[in-house]
Design a protein around this ligand. Structure first.
Ligand code: APR
Ligand code: PHB
Length: 399
């Protein structure tokens, strides 16, 4: 097989890249190791930055999102039984976010790719990327028990943290930066209307809680739990009781609606960046290059930024012969990646109580929350980061 762009992985990064390239008249082939049903039922994040919404609309992939997505103009920070709303448009000059599940984004992109795009091969496991430092990199893959080779002009590794593409960067050129956290998230889906019309991020001495949503009738919620927690140890009554405690407030008008749980899972927390995000004709995008703790809702949005940057750079090269934007891919993406890492780390350490937290640590967290909820500059930094960093980073101000 031969194509212009070989894409490994049909998560949001790979699927959106295939869509963007198709819309630009550039052919690609997507190799996905899992089957369609598995990809379409994975529960992941649910917040789209304004930039992501714009890219999906430009790509002609936003029809259902615009019908079913829920625009959100703020979030609530809850601590010490207090409620504080962060007003996104007021702080960012009009930016907001959209509550629309990553699962739904992937379903929409798969349907479009199968209907209009190039080959999207499910149960096609990439085994190795070779020739990244040549003009025809190759992906060896296995499908239906047979090994084949996809010959490409470019390969984009969108195969997530556990994929194979990163291994094609020579070890001597790879630099990784990592932090793991001593806690995880227990996530639940419940068939009950959300108890608030925006997301609630709660810092509590018992641990962090997040109240999110998937639709006007489905609640999504998370609890900080010790790393390595088995979800089977958390029955529904215990989950609702803990959410009640951590979301407690002095506001008598607010209560948490309980309902039947339909899914429970545990997600570990990690910060990770691989540099560079390019080697020769191999480009890394999304979780294949970086991981953020989910507190800042950045994972999907970073993946969108990476593949949008690559697609625009490739089109520019095709139309002008100028390779400079492709050459700048890694540096361009990493500026945005590190800002998202900074924000995700800040939100995670602001709201989660580490098992070894001291009274001093508690007071620092409360002082940081006090600063954010009383100083417009601090609140603006949170609102700007949460609603999204520009795809084309602002020029560094000369001193
Ligand atoms: N061959 C083919 N496909 C592979 C291989 C392989 N060797 N290894 C992994 N994959 C597939 C996975 O099955 C998955 O469908 O690559 C895809 C990677 O998708 P994601 O992990 O979702 O990564 P990405 O597209 O970068 O999206 C990042 O997804 O996991 C969330 O929190 C993350 O929100 C973030 C977003
Ligand atoms: C979600 O709805 O899954 C979600 C929302 C916001 C986050 C993390 C997860 O910060």
């Amino acid at each position: 097989m031969r194509t212009t762009v070989g894409i490994i992985g049909a998560g949001p990064a790979g699927l959106l890249l295939a869509r963007l390239l198709h819309r630009a008249g550039i052919e690609s082939v997507v190799l996905e190791s899992r089957d369609r049903a598995y990809v379409e039922r994975r529960q992941r994040a649910g917040i789209l930055e304004q930039g992501t919404v714009d890219v999906l609309r430009e790509a002609g992939a936003a029809a259902r999102m615009d019908r079913e997505g829920l625009p959100h103009h703020g979030i609530e920070l809850r601590f010490d039984r207090r409620r504080h709303r962060v007003d996104f448009p007021a702080l960012t000059g009009g930016r907001s976010v959209m509550a629309y599940a990553q699962t739904e984004v992937c379903k929409d992109l798969i349907a479009l790719q199968l209907a209009e795009g190039g080959p999207l091969l499910f149960e096609a496991e990439a085994l190795e990327v070779t020739g990244a430092d040549t003009t025809s990199p190759r992906v060896r893959f296995r499908r239906e028990g047979r090994e084949s080779t996809l010959v490409c002009d470019y390969v984009v590794g969108c195969d997530g943290f556990w994929g194979v593409s990163r291994a094609a960067v020579p070890e001597g050129l790879s630099r990784t930066f990592e932090r793991t956290y001593p806690f995880a998230w227990l996530g639940v889906l419940a068939d009950v209307a959300p108890s608030h019309d925006e997301l609630v991020y709660a810092r509590h001495e018992r641990g962090f809680a997040l109240l999110s949503m998937r639709s006007p009738t489905v609640t999504r919620a998370y609890l900080q739990v010790p790393d390595g927690t088995d979800p089977r140890d958390w029955a529904a009554p215990r989950i609702w009781d803990e959410l009640d405690r951590r979301l407690e407030t002095d506001d008598p008008a607010w209560t948490l609606r309980h309902g039947p749980l339909t899914a429970t899972s545990v997600t570990p927390m990690r910060s990770y960046v691989h540099e560079p995000m390019r080697h020769g004709r191999l480009f890394l995008a999304g979780d294949a290059a970086h991981i953020v703790p989910p507190t800042g809702a950045k994972g999907l949005n970073l993946a969108v930024g990476d593949v949008t940057t690559f697609a625009r750079a490739l089109v520019h090269h095709r139309d002008t012969g100028d390779p400079s934007r492709l050459d700048a891919y890694s540096a361009t993406c990493l500026r945005r990646v590190w800002q998202a890492e900074r924000f995700s780390y800040a939100m995670t350490t602001l709201l989660h109580r580490a098992p070894d937290a001291t009274p001093f640590d508690d007071r620092i967290q409360l002082a940081r929350l006090d600063r954010i909820t009383t100083a417009r500059s601090a609140e603006t930094d949170l609102a700007e980061a949460y609603t999204g960093f520009p795809l084309t980073p602002t020029e560094r101000k000369s001193r």
